[in-house]
Design a protein. Structure first.
Length: 295
């Protein structure tokens, strides 16, 4: 095959002419960091461009809608939109509305997730800095932004049992309960006895060996032997540096201090659906590592 004028000379056979195209040029690896940095700059370094991406993540919008939502002039908005269009993050449809491209959709989602993560980490900065986070698997640390609509409940010095009493009150109104515990609270087993046998609540618990050994076996047998019982108990053979409970209505999440002691005075609480979903995923992560036991 001969090159003619920088192109491709067709290869001819007896039946028809077949043009063999040249392969597409590969992206120069030297340019990749520059391309990545440019998109990163466009998406994060400008509050306006960042605002446009987040606004369009909720659906396409006209120029006037974007202008009003972001409180800028049309000229300013158009300039930012043109930059995003050049990088294939935004396009204008036939109705002259602006929307995210497929790449823009992914970047906008990751951008929103990143902002949510920063929000929850800074909102509860002391909580995250002073506690052991090793009990949270990496895939759920990546979803930490799901806890954005949460609060820290702290027991006042005059009532150190406030967190505990608030927690018990919320349990009594639940329809289902999932929990992981690595420390023993004698009262809990009697509370669950009442909830399972008296209120017929669906309860699943994952406990460590140390906790199981301290539990009243008679109480456990009574709970399990009841034919209407929806109680399931799992044994976690490894250590756990968290203690949390999820119901259909709330998440109560506690951590250990850096010195290895459990922090009884602070709980992260939320009734937000996304936070509850995060808690359920964390429970499933522990349940899959535990063994179902019968009494």
């Amino acid at each position: 095959m001969a090159m003619v004028g920088g192109g491709v000379e067709p290869l001819i056979d007896s039946r028809k002419a077949i043009a063999i195209p040249m392969p597409m040029p590969m992206l120069d690896r030297k340019n990749k960091p520059e391309i990545i940095q440019n998109t990163l700059r466009l998406a994060t370094c400008s509050g306006l461009r960042r605002g446009i991406l987040i606004s369009l993540e909720g659906g396409k919008k006209s120029l006037s809608e974007l202008r009003d939502a972001l409180e800028v002039s049309s000229t300013t908005a158009i300039h930012a939109l043109r930059e995003l269009e050049k990088d294939n993050l935004v396009f204008q449809d036939g109705n002259r509305d602006y929307a995210l491209t497929k790449i823009g959709e992914v970047i906008a989602l990751k951008l929103c997730d990143f902002i949510d993560a920063i929000a929850v980490l800074k909102k509860h900065e002391d909580f995250w800095l002073t506690h052991d986070l090793s009990g949270i698997p990496e895939q759920l640390l990546e979803k930490i932004g799901w806890l954005r609509d949460s609060t820290i409940t702290e027991a006042p010095a005059t009532d150190i049992f406030k967190v505990y009493s608030d927690f018990v009150d919320m349990l009594k109104n639940a329809k289902e309960i999932r929990g992981v515990s690595s420390m023993f609270v004698p009262e809990y087993q009697f509370i669950f006895q009442e909830l399972v046998l008296g209120k017929k609540i669906d309860v699943q618990l994952v406990v460590t060996k140390e906790v199981l050994e301290k539990m009243d076996q008679g109480v456990l047998k009574e709970i399990v032997s009841d034919k209407s019982s929806k109680f399931k108990l799992y044994l976690l053979k490894e250590e756990s540096k968290v203690a949390f409970t999820i119901t259909d209505r709330f998440l109560s999440f506690g951590l250990f201090n850096q010195d290895g002691t459990y922090d009884w005075n602070k709980d992260l609480m939320s009734s937000d659906k996304k936070t509850i979903e995060w808690g359920k995923e964390l429970f499933e992560w522990y349940r899959k590592r535990a063994e179902r036991i019968s009494i």
